[in-house]
Design a protein around this ligand. Sequence first.
Ligand SMILES: CC(C)(COP(=O)(O)OP(=O)(O)OC[C@H]1O[C@@H](n2cnc3c(N)ncnc32)[C@H](O)[C@@H]1OP(=O)(O)O)[C@@H](O)C(=O)NCCC(=O)NCCS
Length: 180
Amino acid sequence: MDVVIVPTFSITANITIQVCRVEDVRNLEWFGALTEYRHVIEHAFTRQQMSDVVMLNAMLNDFPIGQVWIDLYKQREQQIGVLWALRVLLPLQNLGIGTQLIGAAENVLRGRGFGWAELDVEHDNIAAKRLYERLGYATVGEFENRWSYLKPTSQTPDDAILNEERIEVVSHEWKMRKQL
Ligand SMILES: CC(C)(COP(=O)(O)OP(=O)(O)OC[C@H]1O[C@@H](n2cnc3c(N)ncnc32)[C@H](O)[C@@H]1OP(=O)(O)O)[C@@H](O)C(=O)NCCC(=O)NCCS
């Protein structure tokens, strides 16, 4: 049976990249897909309020469909800004949104007098590494990244956390850097 009901059609979408607002924070969990990182997201937002981090969101119809975070603090003495948590909602990948987010993050760093942007990418994330190389990032090292986070394991119906467990993460990553 032919299941195509309507022929293919195109849409035009306006996307704005803007600094994360308090009302965006829960939406960064992407309908539960990233709820296990709730504390990580909230911690980044707290650091943004202290001016150590900038969280940029790519907004479509007032919903954050992509994001990148910028650490202005970690390596400020070497004028290096560190990008992390770059992600774009799966059905909207390969449309140029990630490229725009990285460009916007680099502009934030240039505007604050940083000379370099740095990021880490897992060894097996070949597509992201290719994108970074295309955008001018060069591999400057590799390392074993060990970190942990508290994952909510049960919540009340109104979304309050009841229980959580600590998750230990070990990943092997390339370190990449670009002069701005
Ligand atoms: C990595 C990631 C953020 C990239 O975001 P994205 O929006 O897909 O990135 P872009 O669309 O700008 O670029 C991806 C590809 O699409 C291509 N592209 C860019 N604009 C395009 C357009 N208008 N039409 C078609 N393709 C396009 C790019 O050239 C690039 O090609 P490549 O795969 O050959 O490198 C996204 O894939 C993602 O969220 N992945 C999961 C999380 C992740 O791995 N994050 C990185 C951690 S280090």
